[in-house]
Design a protein around this ligand. Structure first.
Ligand code: AMO
Length: 428
């Protein structure tokens, strides 16, 4: 049979027919004279029952790649309600020796480190696949949601001449006799593209030379960026973010199945100003935090609990972060000196999004950079965008792996990353 195999998920729509499918042997067990084989591919699991009367089958062992042809029958006790009978197997690839991990159990019995080292095998486990299937839907819904709102997808350089966020956590690389950096964000380019398209988004890798070894930092992660022009204030950006995040959660829920509720999006996300957040924290923790320039992870966690008890919300916007802790492109809040028109979105007590309104007048950039002692050299191309009539604009960036981990309750961001890069890992 030379038919090109169907994926496992498609098989269920062929009850009564003979089909060819393919995948990996997930489990094999003998029961009452029958052989029960579970086949796995990127779309799901399929039970195959082999009876002695079906003729001989090759010796099957876990993780063999096989092609199989058989009749699809209804079987309520099997995963997906169907099974394959009278199957003929062709072995296409076999494991060389002992597997370093066993994938047949409902959960992988291996520590994170071992799973990451043996990623090519460990990621085959249905529970691991599940994480990345949900993640794929999050990114897809981000793209669809923003496309619906007339944002254009752009692709901007990841090798750049000047650090885009702060100089501190940037990777340097030699570049034809010059020095270049790996992009910490598409910040400059997405702003420049607002001057062209008005509304843009990008899904791409960004690089941070993060020296800390935490469960929420990677040296490379996927940034879901958006930027839009002609806004009245950061509220317009927050409204777009709220809508697209709602669509992303719906898509993730679909992928996860309705029986395991992930998170619900409140109609409106509660908002607290940074200054009020510090006042609340000072009260609650009994120490004076009112002069803090930023929120520590423990403070974010406390605010997450507070949003849950006060508003029944997993989400909380913290707005108005101090200018001192925001990059030079941030728009100050003239109503509240020292504070900015920027925000973070916390989800279950952790920052998953940063955004805000940006400066849009060239003179304001000159002034901001001078005040911060920053050189305009190397940024001429970016800054020129503000000399041709740039509208008030703003945007945000969602950390895809952080969101995935928080949504699925994974303790470490590395579990939401196929091949994490951190201070120690460069392989696989
Ligand atoms: P920021 O630097 O806050 O903002 O990053 C935005 C979001 O990216 C995620 N994130 C990370 N995820 C994994 N590992 C890391 N090391 C890491 N660092 C950040 C977080 C964070 O909220 N240009 C601005 C965005 C903007 O204003 O549009 C920026 O990059 O989820």
């Amino acid at each position: 049979n030379s038919e090109f195999p169907r994926v496992v998920e498609e098989v269920a729509s062929f009850v009564g027919h003979v089909v060819t499918t393919a995948g990996w042997i997930h489990r094999v067990r003998e029961l009452g004279g029958l052989t029960f084989i579970v086949l796995r591919d990127g779309t799901g699991l399929l039970q195959i029952v082999h009876a002695p009367a079906d003729g001989p089958i090759p010796a099957l062992q876990p993780e063999m790649a096989v092609k199989v042809t058989g009749r699809v029958v209804d079987e309520p006790r099997a995963p997906g309600g169907i099974e394959l009978r009278g199957a003929i197997f062709t072995v296409l690839g076999r494991p060389d020796g002992l597997l370093s991990l066993s994938l047949g159990a409902p959960a992988l019995e291996a520590g994170l480190d071992s799973r990451l080292t043996h990623a090519a095998l460990a990621l085959r486990h249905p529970a691991a696949q599940h994480v990345f299937r949900v993640q794929a839907r999050l990114a897809e819904a981000f793209r669809q949601g923003l496309s619906r709102e007339h944002f254009i997808e752009v692709h901007t350089p990841k090798i750049i001449g000047t650090a885009s966020e702060s100089g501190a956590n940037v990777f340097h690389l030699p570049y034809f006799g010059r020095s270049a950096y790996l992009a910490q964000s598409p910040q400059f380019y997405k702003q420049m593209m607002v001057g062209v398209f008005g509304r843009v988004f990008e899904v791409g890798p960004v690089f941070r030379a993060e020296p800390h070894d935490t469960g929420r930092h990677l040296s490379q992660y996927t940034s879901l960026d958006a930027e839009m022009g002609f806004i009245d204030g950061p509220e317009d950006v927050m409204a777009v973010l709220t809508r697209v995040m709602g669509a992303m959660l719906e898509a993730a829920q679909e992928a996860a199945g309705q029986e395991s509720p992930l998170a619900t999006m409140p109609g409106t996300i509660p908002v607290v100003h940074f200054e009020e957040a510090l006042a609340l924290l000072s009260d609650a923790l009994g120490e004076d935090l009112t002069a803090e320039p930023d929120l520590a992870p423990a403070h974010e966690r406390w605010l997450g609990e507070w949003a849950r008890s006060q508003y029944g919300s997993d989400f909380l916007f913290v707005v108005g972060y101090p200018m001192a802790k925001r990059p030079f492109y941030t728009m100050p809040d003239l109503q509240r000196p020292g504070f900015s028109r920027s925000f973070d979105l916390l989800f279950r007590g952790q920052e998953i999004v940063t955004g805000g309104q940006r400066l849009h007048r060239f003179q304001d950039y000159e002034k901001a950079m001078m005040q911060r002692g920053l050189s305009m050299t190397g940024l001429e191309g970016y800054l020129s965008a503000f000399q041709y009539g740039m509208p008030p604009h703003g945007g945000f960036a969602i950390g895809l792996e952080r969101l995935t981990a928080k949504l699925l309750g994974l303790a470490n961001i590395r579990e939401a990353t196929l091949f994490p890069r951190d201070t120690k890992r460069l392989e696989p």
